[in-house]
Design a binder for this molecule. Structure first.
Ligand code: ADP
Ligand code: ADP
Ligand code: ZN
Ligand code: ZN
Length: 753
């Protein structure tokens, strides 16, 4: 295959200004630049999209009808592309049957090993699969736990059906499900549940068979009666929670309890399979070990029959350890992994692959990684390249940028002020290039010496969740506390789970998606839309409702979406710009009403920075717009669908809506995600502002500049998993410099030289 570089000419997606670049094949290229400069537009929306489209072209027309459609990206040409694999941070998710072992195929190898040399011999390798009826525990069907409807939370026994005894929102009085019980004729709808007879209870919970007449769309339909337990189990418990919306999953979890399966005690397999052992351990016990320990146990197996299988296992588990995930066990459910962990798991899957000359594309793989772990990540990126692949990485982390063979720096600014390549070449030239990235590459903030005095303390006592070893620690109020430690040391467990549970008033500003509907935009989310509509209404003497793309003013063709979706049975639907309104969302007459020469659609096309200028005199709008600019989202347009925002951007838009509060406790998980080095100073100023206004801020962070600017540091470790979970250090950053036995201390010392 040709070693000519990948040539992109005239790329114009989003803000890209006819970008042309050459990307060397079989090398490691890092894409840098401030947030919003156009890195994703170039790498994901142009290069990856075109690779995917070209791949699809190789299928027959018939096969293609079953594949998702990819529109042609806005680019003149791309030459020398190979098949691309995008390793992003989307969580792997999945149901309870999906584990670290199953998605990496390591468990499949382990099954093979047990079927060959386990004693007593239990049969073929499928019998060791908890997803196979021959192997699964009959009680929990291979889930390892039993989930049941929690009747204490689902029912209010002091109430009758008419009074709302069924507490789940889907069973609310007057609703469809409620009707099934209330119209069944089986119950006295005014009788309190606590007065039910034994038979009535049985009917309510487990009854079946009867047809219940319900009115529907003016007519009558017959629905078959099902007791609440049966119905709930069928509708929710048997369903893959990974397919539920975030909201439904939350509701679901409030109404169920989950307990370890009484028969297999969580091992998922049936007794016959569990009796088969290698060196005293059964397969469930091995799957429960940390990968780092398991690799040692397997490497010690000396059996000629098993040698090739053992070698395969050791190599794959070794990759898991090398990427900083040695603290995970194979039986860990993928749904509980963080975005960064999910990305690294996907990476392991590809390292095991024999394919070469692929194009691998990574989105900020350093997320969630301590500087110690970044070193391991770098080794893996190089390994992937050395196997003969072309590796593209979008990154902000200095240590990753520094191992690049080639750098493409985007800028100079964000949004309309970006979209150009400001530097391309070897990393050695970047520092001298004078670009924002270049100048910040060597720029280090000093350790803060004048720290704030805490106003009090919030205690976490004897925390033992996951790997925490009876952690008792005080978190100071009125200051910025940074929680540090290598991946898997217990930071999220301590803060996001234990602390938030023990201190319910604290607010988590996280990276989860914002905006409940596809109509959500920065304007609707931050509350800007209402005052803007009023301004338009007053200026034109019409109703404010006219300027809502959710109601009256909406383009009737696309219902105000600006886009029309064509549903396709088997695949992701097609999206195309609405022809009636040209993507402007509003009816023609609405666009005729203007405010200082701009239509409502023009306003939605403004970036936060432009809007701040345009609405400078508006008391109601100014603070919100200022906040959007302050958090570094100046380049976002007010009408950009929130569904297109990255995790880091979601976190910052949430932050922008919180900036005016006082006396609140905020928790943030890696707020530097997606932020360029030059923006970290800004973020620190915002956080300082929050603290100055009387709030307490707790952040989990790996960025050394943030760590050095803390008032107080809580360092966990020393390692991940069972070798972590202890507090190694608590105190101001200046004292951390002299701490021993802490990876964080070591890296901070190295950073300040
Ligand atoms: P980066 O990856 O460097 O942070 P992006 O490529 O995501 O930058 O964004 C570049 C510009 O394009 C920004 O102004 C951003 O708001 C805009 N943009 C990105 N995605 C979309 C989209 N789906 N629709 C409209 N504008 C977008
Ligand atoms: P950090 O935030 O420092 O990376 P975590 O708090 O995520 O670390 O993890 C600490 C330990 O707890 C790790 O061994 C991890 O595998 C384990 N752990 C985290 N979440 C879960 C979970 N939902 N189920 C089981 N173990 C978990
Ligand atoms: Zn079981
Ligand atoms: Zn339309």
């Amino acid at each position: 295959m040709s070693q000519d570089p990948i040539r992109v000419a005239g790329a114009r997606e989003n803000n890209l200004k006819h970008v042309s670049v050459e990307i060397p094949r079989r090398e490691l290229t890092v894409f840098t630049g401030v947030s919003g400069s156009g890195k994703s537009s170039l790498v994901f929306d142009t290069i990856a999209a075109e690779a995917q489209r070209q791949l699809n072209e190789t299928f027959t027309a018939f096969q293609r009808t079953f594949l998702p459609k990819y529109g042609q990206p806005a680019v003149d040409s791309i030459e020398n592309l190979s098949a691309a694999i995008v390793v992003d941070q989307k969580r792997i998710g999945g149901n309870s049957r999906s584990t670290v072992g199953t998605v990496t195929d390591i468990y499949a190898l382990l099954r093979l090993l047990f079927s060959r040399i386990g004693t007593p011999h239990a049969g073929e390798s499928s019998r060791f699969s908890f997803n196979d009826p021959a192997g699964m525990c009959p009680e929990c069907e291979g889930i390892g736990k039993v989930i049941t409807l929690d009747l204490d939370r689902f029912l209010d026994r002091s109430k009758s059906l008419n009074e709302g005894a069924l507490l789940h929102p889907q069973f609310a009085v007057g609703g469809w499900f409620w009707g099934i019980y209330a119209n069944s004729g089986l119950f006295d709808n005014d009788k309190k549940l606590s007065d039910y007879t034994e038979d009535e209870w049985e009917l309510l919970l487990h009854g079946s068979g009867v047809k219940v007449p319900l009115s529907w769309q003016g007519g009558q339909v017959n629905s078959s009666y099902e007791g609440v337990v049966t119905k709930f189990t069928r509708l929710y418990i048997k369903k893959d929670t990974g397919e539920m919306s975030e909201r439904n999953r939350e509701v679901f979890q409030r109404f169920v309890t989950s307990a370890v399966c009484p028969l297999c005690r969580g091992a998922r397999l049936n007794q016959a399979v569990l009796e088969c052992r290698i060196g005293g351990r059964n397969i469930a016990e091995m799957a429960a070990m940390e990968a780092g320990d398991l690799v040692g146990v397997l490497a010690a197996i000396d059996d000629p029959v098993a040698r090739p299988i053992v070698a395969g296992l050791v190599e794959r588990l070794g990759n898991l350890v090398a990427i900083g995930l040695g603290y995970l066990s194979l039986d860990r459910e993928t749904a509980t992994l963080s975005g960064g962990e999910s990305q690294r798991i996907k990476m392991v899957r590809h390292l095991g692959s024999a394919l070469i000359d692929m194009l691998y594309i990574f989105d900020e793989p350093s997320v969630g990684l301590h500087p110690r772990d970044v070193r391991m990540l770098n080794d893996l990126l190089r390994k992937l390249r050395d196997k003969g692949n072309t590796v593209l990485v979008v990154e902000h982390d200095r240590d990753v940028i520094e191992i690049a063979d080639h750098v493409v720096d985007m800028g100079p600014g964000a949004g309309a002020h970006g979209g150009e390549v400001v530097y391309q070449g070897p990393v050695t030239g970047l520092a001298e290039s004078g670009t924002l990235t270049g100048t910040h590459l060597r720029h280090r903030l000093p350790v803060k010496t004048e720290v704030r005095e805490p106003t009090g303390k919030m205690m976490i006592s004897d925390a033992t969740l996951h790997n925490l070893r009876g952690v008792t620690v005080g978190i100071p109020t009125g200051v910025l506390t940074v929680v540090t430690g290598v991946a898997g040391s217990g930071k999220s467990t301590l803060i996001n789970e234990v602390f938030l549970r023990q201190h319910p008033g604290a607010i988590a500003i996280d990276q989860s998606a914002v905006g409940a509907s596809i109509r959500s935009t920065p304007a609707t989310y931050t509350g800007l839309m209402d005052p803007v509509r009023k301004l338009f209404a007053t200026a034109n003497g019409v109703s404010p409702a006219l300027f809502s793309f959710n109601s009256k003013g909406a383009c009737p063709e696309c219902q105000g979406l600006g886009i029309v979706y064509t549903d396709l049975a088997f695949m992701e639907g097609l999206r195309s710009r609405c022809e009636a309104c040209g993507g402007r969302r509003f009816r023609e007459e609405v666009l005729g009403h203007t405010l200082r020469g701009r239509s409502i659609s023009d306003v939605l096309d403004m970036t936060a920075a432009e809007a701040l200028e345009f609405f400078a005199g508006e008391r109601k709008l100014r603070p919100v717009l200022q906040a959007l600019n302050d958090v570094g989202l100046d380049y976002l347009t007010l009408g950009q669908p929130l569904s297109t925002l990255s995790g880091g951007e979601c976190q910052r838009i949430k932050l922008a809506t919180e900036l005016h509060k006082t006396g609140t406790v905020y928790v943030m998980d890696e707020p530097t995600t997606g932020l360029h080095m030059s923006d970290v100073g800004n973020l620190l100023r915002i956080i300082d502002g929050l603290v100055e206004r009387g709030n307490s801020v707790i952040v989990i962070e790996h960025d050394l500049d943030v760590i050095k600017n803390a008032d107080w540091i809580i360092d966990l470790g020393p390692e991940g998993g069972a070798k972590g979970g202890r507090v190694l250090f608590e105190g101001p950053p200046a004292r951390l410099l002299t701490a021993t036995g802490s990876h964080t201390a070591e890296y901070v010392r190295a950073d300040v030289g």
